[in-house]
Design a protein. Structure first.
Length: 210
């Protein structure tokens, strides 16, 4: 393993201010190209502007050495093991793995709870905006990982989240603990391993030779 990957970076934090992407918001709403009309267009624009002003994704990430083990890939310096065929494909040539956690905080959940009955359309649009914004935050965090890898002459893989493929949600507690995400971001887990706040994302990125 190269010296560049032998030591973890420590936990790095970031935050961003983004604007919802109209096409992505409509996609999350299940829009299929129907005419919205001026009233709905105005409503959409107003809710998107509100979400841009109120929702600010925050993230933490950490790069750690990774080695294959009998139960999966062992993430050095943590209690995390990443099992499954998906990780064999993603991390087969990796020298390190970046762990990511991103959240929009409790605000979108509070808006959904408050507005679901009195303004269901607005609540749905706001929720779709928050989904897009947390993904934009994940992209920004991923960009930081990519830059870290490039500075060391290494190449990142694509981002992969627990719950996809055969990477189980059971890795979530150790992943969040490795990032101190409860203290740093306020992200916790339910008994069924779903994240709270709901607009939160975790992921791993392999980092290896060109």
């Amino acid at each position: 393993m190269s010296a560049a990957c032998a030591a973890a970076t420590g936990i790095l934090a970031g935050a961003g201010s983004f604007s919802p992407d109209r096409s992505e918001v409509l996609r999350y709403l299940g829009h299929r190209g129907q005419e919205l009309g001026p009233e709905l267009e105005g409503r959409l624009s107003a809710v998107m502007a509100r979400a841009a002003a109120e929702v600010r994704p925050r993230w933490v990430w950490r790069a750690c050495p990774v080695t294959p083990g009998p139960e999966g890939f062992v993430v050095g310096g943590t209690g995390l093991v990443l099992p499954g065929r998906s990780m064999e494909v993603l991390l087969g040539d990796a020298r390190a793995v970046a762990l990511l956690a991103v959240t929009c905080g409790p605000g979108p959940d509070a808006v959904a709870a408050r507005d679901a009955s009195r303004d269901p359309v607005g609540a749905l649009v706001y929720d779709a905006c928050a989904i897009d914004l947390v993904e934009q935050g994940a992209d920004a965090c991923n960009d930081a990982v990519d830059a870290w890898a490039a500075a060391r002459g290494l190449v990142p893989t694509r981002r992969y989240s627990p719950g996809y493929g055969d990477l189980p949600l059971s890795v979530q507690p150790a992943l969040l603990e490795a990032l101190d995400a409860g203290r740093r971001l306020g992200v916790t887990l339910t008994e069924s391993l779903l994240m709270v706040p709901m607009k939160s994302v975790t992921a791993v990125v392999g980092i290896g030779p060109a």
